[in-house]
Ligand binder design. Structure first.
Ligand SMILES: [Zn+2]
Length: 187
C-alpha cells in the first residue's frame, strides 16, 4: 500500500476497513469533513508522512464510533501539527522561547502558539490560559507513549487550538465546524 500525504491516497487506501456507513451521520460527517479539509490543506502530496496517515485512519475510526466526535478534534489537530513540525510548544513562549511559568500564557495565534508575559503587548486583547488550561493544552498534544496524553479539551484550550489551526490554514476551516463548539457539545 502506498502511503502519502495526499488526500486521494488516504481515501482510496482507507476504503478497505473504514466504517463509512457510520461516518455519514451528520455530526460525524461534519467532523470527518473537517479532518479531510485540514489534512488536504496542510499536507503536500509529494511528502510522505506515514504517522499522519495512521493518525487520520485512527481518527476516522474513532469518529465513526463516537457519539461526541467533535470532542476528538483538539487532540487530533495538535497531533497532526506535531507530525508536520508545526505544533505550538506547550511549555515555551513561541516568540522568545523562554520557558512558560506554567501559571499564565496568552494565545498568540498570529505567532502560531503561546506567549509569555514579557512578549505580551498590553494593547492586544489576547485569550489567556491559566495553569489548568496549560496543563490540558500540553496533555492534548502529548504523544500517547508519554503516558501524559489527554483527549478531553477544556474550552479555552480547544479555542486556542482552533485559533492556531486557523493561523496555519490561513483561514477558518471551510467545513464550518468550530473545534471549540464541537468540543463543548460534550462538556
Ligand atoms: Zn516570550
Amino acid at each position: 500500500m502506498h502511503r502519502g500525504r495526499s488526500l486521494d491516497v488516504i481515501v482510496s487506501a482507507d476504503i478497505v476497513n473504514a466504517p463509512w456507513s457510520k461516518l455519514v451521520e451528520p455530526k460525524r460527517y461534519a467532523v470527518a469533513a473537517l479532518v479531510a479539509e485540514v489534512v488536504d490543506a496542510l499536507c503536500e502530496p509529494e511528502l510522505a508522512v506515514p504517522e499522519a496517515y495512521a493518525l487520520v485512519a485512527r481518527m476516522l475510526s474513532a469518529v465513526a464510533e463516537s457519539d461526541a466526535p467533535g470532542a476528538l478534534l483538539p487532540r487530533f489537530t495538535l497531533r497532526l501539527l506535531d507530525m508536520l513540525g508545526l505544533a505550538p510548544p506547550a511549555d515555551s513562549c513561541v516568540r522568545c522561547t523562554a520557558r512558560l511559568d506554567g501559571t499564565h500564557a496568552w494565545v498568540d495565534a498570529e505567532a502560531g502558539g503561546l506567549i509569555d508575559r514579557a512578549c505580551r503587548e498590553s494593547w492586544r486583547d489576547l485569550p489567556e490560559l491559566d495553569a489548568d488550561d496549560l496543563e490540558n493544552f500540553a496533555a492534548l498534544g502529548a504523544a500517547k507513549e508519554t503516558g501524559a496524553a489527554a483527549v478531553r479539551a477544556r474550552p479555552r484550550a480547544a479555542r486556542a487550538i482552533e485559533d492556531i489551526l486557523a493561523h496555519h490554514l490561513g483561514r477558518r476551516p471551510k467545513a464550518g465546524a468550530h473545534l471549540a463548539e464541537l468540543a463543548a457539545e460534550t462538556s
